[in-house]
Ligand binder design. Sequence first.
Ligand code: NAD
Length: 477
Amino acid sequence: MQTQQLLIDGKWLDAHEGGTIPVINPNTGQQYGTLARGGSRDIDRAVTAARAAFHGPWGNLPALEKGRLLDRLGELVLKHEDELSHIEANDVGKPLTQSRNDVRALARYCEFYAGAVDKVHGQTIPYQKGYTVLTLREPFGVTAHIIPWNYPMQIIGRSVIGSLTAGNTIVIKPGEDASLTTLFFGRLTLEAGFPEGVINIVTGYGEEAGAPLAAHPGVNHVSFTGSSRVGSLIQKAAAGNTVPVTLELGGKSPQLIFADADLDAALPFVVNAAIQNAGQTCSAGSRVLVESDVYDDFTRMLAARFKQLIVGPAEGDYDTGPLINPSQRARVNDFLAKSTDLEILARGTIVDDAPAGGYYVSPVLMGEVPPSHRLAQEEIFGPVLSVIRFSGEAEAIEIANGTHYGLVAGVWTKDGARQLRVARALQSGQVFINNYGAGGGVELPFGGVKGSGYGREKGLEALNSFSTLKTIAIYHG
Ligand code: NAD
């Protein structure tokens, strides 16, 4: 594989400083390519190109034409589904079926927002006699998208496509561990006919490319998904230019299993929410809170399923693939090594022929985890599910809300009044009743409260996040 170049102003370029970053396959630990190592000069060029496109071809393009471009982009993404899925499987270590889901989600974002782009309406406001008052939804200008390695295509869909739809132009800084599908997406935007400079991609390390992007005075909004530590840095950088940010910082999302729940229905959702993408998911359901009366039964069911879970190379499409890199694997193993006070209730199996250099960790079911334990409080970002016991609704809510985070929650009960009572009491950006994730629909606004961040992406709500409102009051007598 040749060095993958930066996409700036519709052209593929080497990094100004000329450096590269290795591309490692987490399934094997082997290097199989290099990426351009972008820096502040490259960011500067990308922001300048995005600014010119905002004031030029993108700003002048009728909404209907923007929608047609997004439609074409979605079709191209689907046309390349196989290629994109295999690239992602080898770049992120995501099992093929899950990689394929990400490709389809990206195409679906394009479809959804293609239909929305000419429906971004303002309002008229009744006011004093002699006035007509109206509001206009206006784009910010240039938006920065600093994205992580865990779901590149989904995050491009929900942040980049949403922002384009609101009328902005884009600079993307992908995760240094997984940039390949983002660069492929860049190719497809050119093939679809997006004007030069509308979408720019600068690969590179966080401190070298991400930090100058977040702090660039030519950027009007920053969308960030990743760790809390970097999220704070992004806020500080953006504050220097008085620029708004959207932060998606992960979670410790609970699923609440009440005694009257349909345990058979809940089981696959609880397991999948914990192990999808080897647990490296911001909305992972990494805590399951089980009511005392059914604790033993449900824990037994979970343990039986965890023992069946198989881990292996992504191309083999097992239940989970490897973790993204050695430090992520060390982090997960450290959590486990420091939790010897707890019982491992069950563990999955790594296939015998998994390459020795891959970053594999078998899924682990831990119990009974006290709510204050580190495993029940911190985002592990690995395939570890903590089982916690509760007695009664009040205690369930207290434990569920008792972490720093508030991204997603699942509630399993047949009692309709309880469903709504609990949903309203949970401090969480999304609550799912008798399901988890609702299939990830692009229509559903997404984002956190508390330490999980703020701002909303996905759905029509994203168009508010990626735009500003202008009020015009006309006096005509
Ligand atoms: P990270 O926050 O370090 O990286 C996310 C993105 O930010 C990457 O593109 C990175 O290059 C960039 N970045 C890093 N430092 C930066 C800086 N100083 N300024 C601007 N951009 C910068 O996350 P990570 O190293 O990929 O993962 C570490 C931990 O973060 C994980 O263990 C997990 O807990 C969390 N995480 C959360 C999510 C999520 O979806 N919420 C995704 C990935 C990681």
